[in-house]
Design a protein around this ligand. Structure first.
Ligand code: ATP
Ligand code: MN
Length: 484
Protein backbone atom coordinates (compact mmCIF):
# COMPACT_ATOMS: atom_id res chain seq x y z
CA UNK A 1 0.00 0.00 0.00
CA UNK A 2 3.01 2.30 0.20
CA UNK A 3 3.82 1.56 -3.40
CA UNK A 4 1.70 4.35 -4.86
CA UNK A 5 4.04 6.97 -3.45
CA UNK A 6 5.77 9.27 -5.90
CA UNK A 7 9.30 10.46 -5.19
CA UNK A 8 9.65 14.19 -4.80
CA UNK A 9 12.35 14.48 -7.46
CA UNK A 10 10.07 12.86 -10.01
CA UNK A 11 7.11 14.97 -8.92
CA UNK A 12 9.02 18.26 -9.14
CA UNK A 13 9.97 17.42 -12.73
CA UNK A 14 6.27 17.37 -13.68
CA UNK A 15 4.01 20.31 -14.41
CA UNK A 16 1.39 21.14 -11.76
CA UNK A 17 -1.98 20.14 -13.20
CA UNK A 18 -4.20 19.00 -10.39
CA UNK A 19 -2.70 15.54 -10.14
CA UNK A 20 -3.56 13.53 -7.04
CA UNK A 21 -0.45 12.20 -5.33
CA UNK A 22 0.84 10.40 -2.28
CA UNK A 23 4.21 11.56 -0.93
CA UNK A 24 6.24 10.48 2.06
CA UNK A 25 9.25 12.03 3.65
CA UNK A 26 10.72 13.95 6.55
CA UNK A 27 9.80 17.45 7.64
CA UNK A 28 12.57 19.97 7.09
CA UNK A 29 10.59 22.98 8.37
CA UNK A 30 7.00 23.89 9.22
CA UNK A 31 6.22 27.60 8.86
CA UNK A 32 3.20 29.47 10.25
CA UNK A 33 1.31 26.24 10.86
CA UNK A 34 0.74 26.33 7.11
CA UNK A 35 3.74 25.40 4.98
CA UNK A 36 5.61 22.12 5.38
CA UNK A 37 8.92 21.74 3.55
CA UNK A 38 8.98 17.98 2.96
CA UNK A 39 12.11 16.12 1.86
CA UNK A 40 12.37 12.46 0.88
CA UNK A 41 16.08 12.25 0.04
CA UNK A 42 15.60 11.98 -3.72
CA UNK A 43 16.70 15.61 -4.15
CA UNK A 44 17.66 18.60 -2.01
CA UNK A 45 14.57 20.38 -3.28
CA UNK A 46 11.72 20.16 -0.82
CA UNK A 47 8.08 19.79 -1.74
CA UNK A 48 5.97 22.55 -0.24
CA UNK A 49 2.92 21.02 1.41
CA UNK A 50 0.18 23.57 2.07
CA UNK A 51 -1.91 22.94 5.18
CA UNK A 52 -5.21 24.79 4.96
CA UNK A 53 -6.05 26.73 8.13
CA UNK A 54 -8.72 25.05 10.19
CA UNK A 55 -8.75 21.85 8.16
CA UNK A 56 -6.61 19.77 10.53
CA UNK A 57 -6.63 19.17 14.29
CA UNK A 58 -4.30 21.26 16.41
CA UNK A 59 -3.12 18.02 17.99
CA UNK A 60 -1.92 16.76 14.61
CA UNK A 61 -0.30 20.06 13.64
CA UNK A 62 1.74 20.04 16.86
CA UNK A 63 3.29 16.77 15.80
CA UNK A 64 4.60 18.18 12.52
CA UNK A 65 8.09 18.91 13.82
CA UNK A 66 11.56 18.90 12.27
CA UNK A 67 12.40 15.41 11.00
CA UNK A 68 9.03 13.88 11.81
CA UNK A 69 8.07 11.52 9.00
CA UNK A 70 4.82 12.03 7.15
CA UNK A 71 2.54 10.51 4.59
CA UNK A 72 0.64 13.23 2.77
CA UNK A 73 -2.02 12.88 0.10
CA UNK A 74 -3.53 15.69 -1.85
CA UNK A 75 -3.63 17.60 -5.09
CA UNK A 76 -0.75 19.34 -6.89
CA UNK A 77 -1.38 22.94 -7.83
CA UNK A 78 0.73 25.73 -9.25
CA UNK A 79 2.31 27.56 -6.32
CA UNK A 80 1.22 31.08 -5.48
CA UNK A 81 4.45 31.70 -3.59
CA UNK A 82 7.89 32.37 -4.99
CA UNK A 83 10.60 29.79 -4.85
CA UNK A 84 8.69 26.75 -5.99
CA UNK A 85 6.56 25.94 -8.98
CA UNK A 86 4.10 23.66 -7.22
CA UNK A 87 2.40 23.06 -3.91
CA UNK A 88 0.81 19.96 -2.57
CA UNK A 89 -2.54 20.96 -1.12
CA UNK A 90 -2.90 18.45 1.69
CA UNK A 91 -6.07 16.36 1.84
CA UNK A 92 -4.77 13.95 4.49
CA UNK A 93 -1.68 14.02 6.68
CA UNK A 94 -0.54 10.96 8.55
CA UNK A 95 2.34 11.10 11.03
CA UNK A 96 4.40 7.98 10.36
CA UNK A 97 6.99 8.78 13.03
CA UNK A 98 7.15 11.57 15.58
CA UNK A 99 10.33 13.53 16.18
CA UNK A 100 10.72 15.32 19.50
CA UNK A 101 11.86 18.79 18.48
CA UNK A 102 13.54 19.33 21.86
CA UNK A 103 15.68 16.24 21.46
CA UNK A 104 16.35 16.13 17.70
CA UNK A 105 20.09 16.86 17.40
CA UNK A 106 20.00 18.86 14.15
CA UNK A 107 18.41 22.28 14.21
CA UNK A 108 17.10 23.84 11.00
CA UNK A 109 20.25 25.99 10.72
CA UNK A 110 23.79 25.62 9.46
CA UNK A 111 25.93 23.16 11.39
CA UNK A 112 29.69 22.73 11.05
CA UNK A 113 30.99 19.65 9.23
CA UNK A 114 32.84 18.68 12.42
CA UNK A 115 29.61 18.75 14.42
CA UNK A 116 27.83 16.73 11.76
CA UNK A 117 30.57 14.08 11.84
CA UNK A 118 29.54 13.37 15.42
CA UNK A 119 25.97 13.01 14.19
CA UNK A 120 26.91 10.93 11.17
CA UNK A 121 23.80 8.77 11.64
CA UNK A 122 21.59 11.78 10.88
CA UNK A 123 23.78 13.92 8.64
CA UNK A 124 22.32 12.36 5.49
CA UNK A 125 19.25 14.49 6.25
CA UNK A 126 21.17 17.69 5.50
CA UNK A 127 21.53 19.24 2.05
CA UNK A 128 25.31 18.92 2.00
CA UNK A 129 25.35 15.22 2.77
CA UNK A 130 22.31 14.59 0.62
CA UNK A 131 24.27 15.94 -2.35
CA UNK A 132 27.57 14.25 -1.41
CA UNK A 133 26.03 10.81 -1.11
CA UNK A 134 23.91 11.07 -4.22
CA UNK A 135 27.07 12.02 -6.12
CA UNK A 136 28.95 9.16 -4.46
CA UNK A 137 26.25 6.78 -5.62
CA UNK A 138 26.38 8.15 -9.17
CA UNK A 139 30.15 7.73 -9.25
CA UNK A 140 29.91 4.12 -8.07
CA UNK A 141 27.35 3.38 -10.75
CA UNK A 142 29.53 5.11 -13.38
CA UNK A 143 32.53 2.98 -12.36
CA UNK A 144 30.63 -0.18 -13.19
CA UNK A 145 29.18 1.30 -16.37
CA UNK A 146 32.57 2.41 -17.65
CA UNK A 147 34.17 -0.99 -17.21
CA UNK A 148 31.15 -3.01 -18.22
CA UNK A 149 30.86 -1.04 -21.47
CA UNK A 150 34.51 -1.80 -22.16
CA UNK A 151 34.09 -5.53 -21.56
CA UNK A 152 35.95 -5.71 -18.27
CA UNK A 153 35.01 -8.45 -15.81
CA UNK A 154 34.08 -7.36 -12.28
CA UNK A 155 36.08 -9.54 -9.94
CA UNK A 156 35.53 -9.88 -6.19
CA UNK A 157 38.90 -10.33 -4.55
CA UNK A 158 39.12 -11.58 -0.95
CA UNK A 159 38.82 -9.27 2.04
CA UNK A 160 40.70 -11.66 4.32
CA UNK A 161 44.11 -12.54 2.98
CA UNK A 162 47.41 -13.99 4.05
CA UNK A 163 49.47 -11.76 1.78
CA UNK A 164 50.54 -8.15 2.10
CA UNK A 165 50.30 -6.75 -1.42
CA UNK A 166 52.17 -3.57 -0.68
CA UNK A 167 54.84 -5.05 1.55
CA UNK A 168 54.12 -2.05 3.74
CA UNK A 169 53.00 -3.92 6.84
CA UNK A 170 50.20 -1.52 7.70
CA UNK A 171 47.63 -4.27 8.18
CA UNK A 172 44.80 -5.13 10.52
CA UNK A 173 45.17 -8.67 11.83
CA UNK A 174 42.28 -11.08 11.55
CA UNK A 175 42.26 -13.72 14.26
CA UNK A 176 40.03 -15.77 16.53
CA UNK A 177 42.86 -16.39 18.99
CA UNK A 178 42.44 -14.86 22.44
CA UNK A 179 44.00 -11.42 22.72
CA UNK A 180 44.56 -11.61 26.48
CA UNK A 181 47.97 -13.21 26.10
CA UNK A 182 46.75 -16.79 26.56
CA UNK A 183 47.17 -17.82 22.91
CA UNK A 184 49.50 -20.79 22.62
CA UNK A 185 53.06 -20.14 21.53
CA UNK A 186 55.60 -22.09 19.53
CA UNK A 187 59.04 -23.13 20.79
CA UNK A 188 60.50 -19.76 19.91
CA UNK A 189 57.85 -18.04 22.04
CA UNK A 190 55.97 -16.62 19.06
CA UNK A 191 52.18 -16.92 18.80
CA UNK A 192 51.30 -20.20 17.14
CA UNK A 193 49.01 -19.28 14.26
CA UNK A 194 48.52 -22.97 13.45
CA UNK A 195 45.94 -22.79 16.24
CA UNK A 196 44.19 -19.86 14.57
CA UNK A 197 41.00 -20.07 12.50
CA UNK A 198 42.77 -20.31 9.14
CA UNK A 199 45.77 -22.17 10.50
CA UNK A 200 47.96 -19.22 9.61
CA UNK A 201 48.28 -15.49 10.22
CA UNK A 202 45.79 -13.45 8.19
CA UNK A 203 44.88 -9.81 7.76
CA UNK A 204 42.40 -7.50 6.08
CA UNK A 205 43.38 -6.77 2.51
CA UNK A 206 45.29 -3.58 1.66
CA UNK A 207 44.73 -4.09 -2.07
CA UNK A 208 43.15 -6.64 -4.40
CA UNK A 209 45.86 -6.24 -7.01
CA UNK A 210 47.75 -9.50 -6.68
CA UNK A 211 44.56 -11.53 -7.01
CA UNK A 212 43.46 -9.12 -9.73
CA UNK A 213 46.53 -10.08 -11.73
CA UNK A 214 45.42 -13.71 -11.55
CA UNK A 215 42.11 -12.67 -13.11
CA UNK A 216 43.68 -10.47 -15.78
CA UNK A 217 45.94 -13.28 -16.94
CA UNK A 218 42.85 -15.33 -17.75
CA UNK A 219 40.07 -12.88 -18.62
CA UNK A 220 42.25 -10.18 -20.13
CA UNK A 221 40.59 -7.17 -18.50
CA UNK A 222 39.22 -7.19 -14.98
CA UNK A 223 38.49 -4.66 -12.26
CA UNK A 224 37.82 -4.86 -8.57
CA UNK A 225 35.77 -2.39 -6.57
CA UNK A 226 35.73 -3.11 -2.89
CA UNK A 227 36.82 -2.11 0.59
CA UNK A 228 40.49 -2.03 1.55
CA UNK A 229 42.01 -1.50 4.95
CA UNK A 230 45.17 0.21 6.10
CA UNK A 231 46.23 0.56 9.70
CA UNK A 232 48.27 3.63 8.89
CA UNK A 233 48.31 5.96 11.80
CA UNK A 234 48.01 9.07 9.69
CA UNK A 235 45.35 11.51 10.73
CA UNK A 236 45.11 13.43 7.48
CA UNK A 237 42.21 14.82 5.47
CA UNK A 238 42.84 12.18 2.77
CA UNK A 239 43.49 8.92 4.62
CA UNK A 240 40.94 6.48 6.00
CA UNK A 241 41.58 3.16 7.73
CA UNK A 242 38.77 1.66 5.65
CA UNK A 243 38.35 2.96 2.12
CA UNK A 244 37.06 1.73 -1.23
CA UNK A 245 39.38 1.15 -4.11
CA UNK A 246 38.84 0.46 -7.79
CA UNK A 247 41.61 -1.64 -9.27
CA UNK A 248 41.55 -2.45 -12.98
CA UNK A 249 44.14 -4.92 -14.19
CA UNK A 250 44.75 -5.50 -17.89
CA UNK A 251 46.68 -8.09 -19.84
CA UNK A 252 48.51 -6.85 -22.95
CA UNK A 253 48.86 -3.29 -21.57
CA UNK A 254 52.04 -1.31 -21.11
CA UNK A 255 52.51 1.78 -18.94
CA UNK A 256 51.27 4.15 -21.61
CA UNK A 257 48.10 2.10 -22.23
CA UNK A 258 47.62 2.11 -18.46
CA UNK A 259 47.95 5.89 -18.19
CA UNK A 260 45.57 6.36 -21.13
CA UNK A 261 42.94 4.18 -19.49
CA UNK A 262 43.28 5.94 -16.13
CA UNK A 263 42.90 9.36 -17.73
CA UNK A 264 39.89 8.29 -19.78
CA UNK A 265 38.33 6.70 -16.69
CA UNK A 266 38.69 9.79 -14.49
CA UNK A 267 37.29 12.01 -17.22
CA UNK A 268 34.40 9.61 -17.77
CA UNK A 269 33.48 9.70 -14.08
CA UNK A 270 33.53 13.49 -14.04
CA UNK A 271 31.42 13.71 -17.17
CA UNK A 272 28.91 11.23 -15.80
CA UNK A 273 28.30 13.37 -12.73
CA UNK A 274 28.15 16.63 -14.70
CA UNK A 275 25.56 15.04 -16.99
CA UNK A 276 23.51 13.34 -14.28
CA UNK A 277 23.90 15.28 -11.04
CA UNK A 278 23.82 18.91 -12.12
CA UNK A 279 21.58 20.01 -9.26
CA UNK A 280 23.73 18.43 -6.57
CA UNK A 281 26.93 19.74 -8.14
CA UNK A 282 25.51 23.25 -8.25
CA UNK A 283 24.65 22.99 -4.60
CA UNK A 284 28.11 21.69 -3.72
CA UNK A 285 29.79 24.38 -5.82
CA UNK A 286 27.92 27.05 -3.90
CA UNK A 287 28.75 25.41 -0.59
CA UNK A 288 32.43 25.34 -1.49
CA UNK A 289 32.42 28.95 -2.62
CA UNK A 290 30.92 29.95 0.74
CA UNK A 291 33.45 27.88 2.64
CA UNK A 292 36.29 29.46 0.69
CA UNK A 293 35.07 32.98 1.43
CA UNK A 294 36.34 32.37 4.96
CA UNK A 295 39.86 31.64 3.69
CA UNK A 296 42.57 34.22 2.99
CA UNK A 297 42.69 35.24 -0.70
CA UNK A 298 45.76 33.15 -1.57
CA UNK A 299 44.19 29.96 -0.19
CA UNK A 300 41.07 30.21 -2.34
CA UNK A 301 40.70 28.20 -5.54
CA UNK A 302 41.07 30.02 -8.78
CA UNK A 303 38.13 28.12 -10.23
CA UNK A 304 34.71 27.20 -8.94
CA UNK A 305 33.93 23.51 -8.50
CA UNK A 306 32.09 22.99 -11.78
CA UNK A 307 34.61 25.09 -13.70
CA UNK A 308 37.39 22.96 -12.25
CA UNK A 309 35.65 19.73 -13.25
CA UNK A 310 35.05 21.03 -16.77
CA UNK A 311 38.67 22.07 -16.99
CA UNK A 312 39.85 18.57 -16.06
CA UNK A 313 37.41 17.11 -18.52
CA UNK A 314 38.58 19.26 -21.42
CA UNK A 315 42.34 19.28 -20.91
CA UNK A 316 44.63 16.31 -21.14
CA UNK A 317 46.68 15.44 -18.09
CA UNK A 318 50.30 16.54 -17.97
CA UNK A 319 52.65 13.57 -18.31
CA UNK A 320 56.23 13.64 -17.13
CA UNK A 321 58.79 11.37 -15.56
CA UNK A 322 59.85 11.40 -11.95
CA UNK A 323 63.29 12.59 -13.08
CA UNK A 324 61.76 15.59 -14.89
CA UNK A 325 59.63 16.36 -11.85
CA UNK A 326 62.67 16.39 -9.57
CA UNK A 327 64.35 18.88 -11.90
CA UNK A 328 61.32 21.17 -11.88
CA UNK A 329 61.04 20.99 -8.12
CA UNK A 330 64.75 21.49 -7.56
CA UNK A 331 64.81 24.61 -9.70
CA UNK A 332 61.59 26.05 -8.31
CA UNK A 333 61.69 29.30 -6.38
CA UNK A 334 59.80 27.53 -3.66
CA UNK A 335 62.74 25.19 -3.18
CA UNK A 336 65.43 27.83 -3.62
CA UNK A 337 63.75 29.99 -0.99
CA UNK A 338 63.58 26.91 1.26
CA UNK A 339 59.82 27.15 1.46
CA UNK A 340 59.27 23.39 1.31
CA UNK A 341 59.23 21.65 4.64
CA UNK A 342 61.23 18.86 3.00
CA UNK A 343 63.95 20.26 0.77
CA UNK A 344 64.47 18.69 -2.67
CA UNK A 345 67.72 16.89 -2.06
CA UNK A 346 67.87 15.22 -5.45
CA UNK A 347 67.15 12.12 -7.47
CA UNK A 348 66.00 9.15 -5.43
CA UNK A 349 64.00 10.92 -2.77
CA UNK A 350 60.33 10.14 -2.23
CA UNK A 351 58.02 13.03 -3.04
CA UNK A 352 56.06 14.49 -0.15
CA UNK A 353 52.53 15.69 -0.67
CA UNK A 354 53.71 19.34 -0.57
CA UNK A 355 55.88 18.57 -3.62
CA UNK A 356 53.07 16.83 -5.45
CA UNK A 357 50.75 19.73 -4.71
CA UNK A 358 53.31 22.23 -5.96
CA UNK A 359 53.57 20.41 -9.29
CA UNK A 360 49.82 20.15 -9.73
CA UNK A 361 48.52 23.37 -8.23
CA UNK A 362 51.32 25.86 -8.87
CA UNK A 363 53.40 24.59 -11.76
CA UNK A 364 51.08 22.76 -14.17
CA UNK A 365 47.69 23.76 -12.76
CA UNK A 366 46.12 20.52 -13.96
CA UNK A 367 46.24 16.80 -13.14
CA UNK A 368 49.66 15.27 -13.59
CA UNK A 369 50.75 11.73 -14.40
CA UNK A 370 54.20 11.06 -12.97
CA UNK A 371 55.98 8.01 -14.33
CA UNK A 372 59.14 5.95 -13.97
CA UNK A 373 59.99 6.28 -10.31
CA UNK A 374 63.19 5.04 -8.67
CA UNK A 375 62.85 1.32 -8.07
CA UNK A 376 64.01 1.72 -4.48
CA UNK A 377 60.90 3.65 -3.40
CA UNK A 378 58.32 1.45 -5.17
CA UNK A 379 56.80 -2.01 -4.79
CA UNK A 380 58.42 -5.28 -5.82
CA UNK A 381 55.91 -6.13 -8.56
CA UNK A 382 56.56 -3.05 -10.71
CA UNK A 383 58.28 -3.64 -14.03
CA UNK A 384 62.00 -2.82 -14.04
CA UNK A 385 62.85 -0.41 -16.83
CA UNK A 386 65.57 -1.62 -19.18
CA UNK A 387 68.71 0.35 -19.89
CA UNK A 388 68.92 2.31 -16.65
CA UNK A 389 72.18 3.77 -15.41
CA UNK A 390 73.54 1.78 -12.45
CA UNK A 391 72.27 3.33 -9.24
CA UNK A 392 69.48 5.04 -11.13
CA UNK A 393 67.21 2.05 -11.72
CA UNK A 394 63.60 2.97 -12.33
CA UNK A 395 60.34 1.04 -12.57
CA UNK A 396 57.34 1.53 -14.87
CA UNK A 397 55.21 3.10 -12.13
CA UNK A 398 52.70 5.91 -12.44
CA UNK A 399 50.98 8.14 -9.92
CA UNK A 400 48.21 10.51 -10.90
CA UNK A 401 48.07 13.68 -8.87
CA UNK A 402 44.95 15.82 -8.71
CA UNK A 403 44.57 19.46 -7.66
CA UNK A 404 43.52 19.78 -4.02
CA UNK A 405 43.84 16.04 -3.38
CA UNK A 406 47.35 14.93 -4.25
CA UNK A 407 47.72 11.28 -5.20
CA UNK A 408 44.46 9.89 -6.54
CA UNK A 409 45.81 6.94 -8.56
CA UNK A 410 48.79 4.66 -8.05
CA UNK A 411 49.65 2.09 -10.69
CA UNK A 412 52.29 0.40 -12.78
CA UNK A 413 53.14 -2.01 -15.52
CA UNK A 414 53.82 -5.28 -13.70
CA UNK A 415 57.05 -7.27 -13.89
CA UNK A 416 56.11 -10.20 -16.11
CA UNK A 417 59.63 -11.73 -16.37
CA UNK A 418 59.96 -14.48 -13.79
CA UNK A 419 63.73 -14.19 -13.28
CA UNK A 420 63.61 -10.42 -12.78
CA UNK A 421 60.61 -10.65 -10.48
CA UNK A 422 62.16 -13.36 -8.30
CA UNK A 423 65.43 -11.48 -8.06
CA UNK A 424 63.62 -8.32 -6.98
CA UNK A 425 61.55 -10.18 -4.40
CA UNK A 426 64.67 -11.66 -2.85
CA UNK A 427 66.28 -8.22 -2.68
CA UNK A 428 63.22 -6.84 -0.93
CA UNK A 429 62.82 -9.86 1.39
CA UNK A 430 59.44 -10.85 -0.02
CA UNK A 431 59.00 -14.60 0.59
CA UNK A 432 58.86 -16.20 -2.88
CA UNK A 433 57.70 -19.58 -1.52
CA UNK A 434 54.55 -18.12 0.07
CA UNK A 435 53.84 -16.32 -3.19
CA UNK A 436 54.02 -19.46 -5.33
CA UNK A 437 50.54 -18.85 -6.71
CA UNK A 438 51.44 -15.32 -7.81
CA UNK A 439 54.65 -16.47 -9.47
CA UNK A 440 52.74 -19.21 -11.33
CA UNK A 441 51.25 -16.52 -13.62
CA UNK A 442 54.81 -15.80 -14.74
CA UNK A 443 55.54 -19.49 -15.17
CA UNK A 444 52.57 -20.37 -17.33
CA UNK A 445 51.86 -18.05 -20.24
CA UNK A 446 53.13 -14.83 -18.76
CA UNK A 447 52.11 -11.62 -20.57
CA UNK A 448 52.87 -7.93 -20.34
CA UNK A 449 50.19 -6.45 -18.10
CA UNK A 450 49.44 -3.36 -16.08
CA UNK A 451 46.92 -1.90 -13.68
CA UNK A 452 46.18 0.84 -11.19
CA UNK A 453 44.26 1.65 -8.04
CA UNK A 454 41.94 4.63 -7.78
CA UNK A 455 40.98 5.62 -4.24
CA UNK A 456 37.21 5.96 -4.51
CA UNK A 457 36.83 8.44 -1.64
CA UNK A 458 39.57 10.65 -3.06
CA UNK A 459 37.66 10.70 -6.34
CA UNK A 460 34.45 11.59 -4.49
CA UNK A 461 36.35 14.36 -2.69
CA UNK A 462 37.60 15.70 -5.98
CA UNK A 463 34.17 15.75 -7.59
CA UNK A 464 32.25 17.11 -4.59
CA UNK A 465 34.90 19.59 -3.43
CA UNK A 466 34.70 18.26 0.14
CA UNK A 467 38.02 19.00 1.83
CA UNK A 468 37.94 16.20 4.40
CA UNK A 469 37.74 12.55 3.34
CA UNK A 470 35.64 11.84 6.47
CA UNK A 471 32.80 13.72 4.81
CA UNK A 472 32.53 11.56 1.68
CA UNK A 473 32.16 8.11 3.30
CA UNK A 474 29.09 7.26 5.34
CA UNK A 475 30.82 6.16 8.52
CA UNK A 476 34.54 6.98 8.50
CA UNK A 477 37.03 4.69 10.21
CA UNK A 478 40.06 6.67 11.35
CA UNK A 479 42.59 6.34 14.17
CA UNK A 480 40.68 6.43 17.44
CA UNK A 481 37.27 6.47 15.79
CA UNK A 482 34.89 3.67 14.77
CA UNK A 483 31.53 5.02 15.94
CA UNK A 484 28.32 3.87 14.24
P1 ATP B 1 49.34 7.92 -0.17
O1 ATP B 1 50.76 8.23 -0.56
O2 ATP B 1 48.38 9.03 -0.40
O3 ATP B 1 49.24 7.34 1.21
P2 ATP B 1 49.59 5.34 -1.36
O4 ATP B 1 50.83 5.50 -2.16
O5 ATP B 1 49.68 4.65 -0.06
O6 ATP B 1 48.87 6.77 -1.17
P3 ATP B 1 48.48 3.28 -3.08
O7 ATP B 1 48.98 2.21 -2.21
O8 ATP B 1 49.10 3.50 -4.41
O9 ATP B 1 48.47 4.66 -2.27
O10 ATP B 1 46.89 3.10 -3.23
C1 ATP B 1 46.18 3.45 -4.42
C2 ATP B 1 45.21 4.58 -4.17
O11 ATP B 1 44.38 4.34 -3.04
C3 ATP B 1 45.86 5.90 -3.85
O12 ATP B 1 46.26 6.56 -5.03
C4 ATP B 1 44.76 6.66 -3.15
O13 ATP B 1 43.84 7.20 -4.08
C5 ATP B 1 44.06 5.56 -2.39
N1 ATP B 1 44.47 5.48 -0.98
C6 ATP B 1 45.61 4.97 -0.47
N2 ATP B 1 45.61 4.99 0.86
C7 ATP B 1 44.43 5.52 1.23
C8 ATP B 1 43.81 5.78 2.48
N3 ATP B 1 44.42 5.48 3.63
N4 ATP B 1 42.57 6.32 2.49
C9 ATP B 1 41.95 6.60 1.34
N5 ATP B 1 42.46 6.37 0.12
C10 ATP B 1 43.68 5.84 0.06
MN1 MN C 1 49.83 5.46 1.89
Amino acid sequence: MFSKRIKIKELLAQEPQGQEVIVMGWVRTFRNNQFIALNDGSTNNNLQVVVELGKFDDELLKRITTSASLKVTGVIEASLGKGQKMDLKAATIEILGDSDAEKYPLQPKKHSLEFLREKAHLRFRTNTFGSVFRVRHALAFAVHKFFNDKGFLYMHTPIITASDAEGAGEMFKVTTLPVDGSASRDDAGKIDFKEDFFGRATNLTVSGQLEGELGATAFGDIYTFGPTFRAENSNTARHLAEFWMIEPEMAFYDLEDNANLAEEFIQYLIKYVIDNNKEDLEFLAQRLAEEEKLLPQDKRSEMGLIEKLEFVLNNSFERLTYTEAIDILKNSNQNKKKKFQYEITGWGMDLQSEHERYLVEKHFKKPVILTNYPAAIKSFYMRQNDGCETGKETVAAMDILAPGIGEIVGGSQREERLDKLEARMKEMHIPTDEMWWYLDTRRFGTVPHAGFGLGFERMVQFVTGMTNIRDVIAFPRTPGSAEF
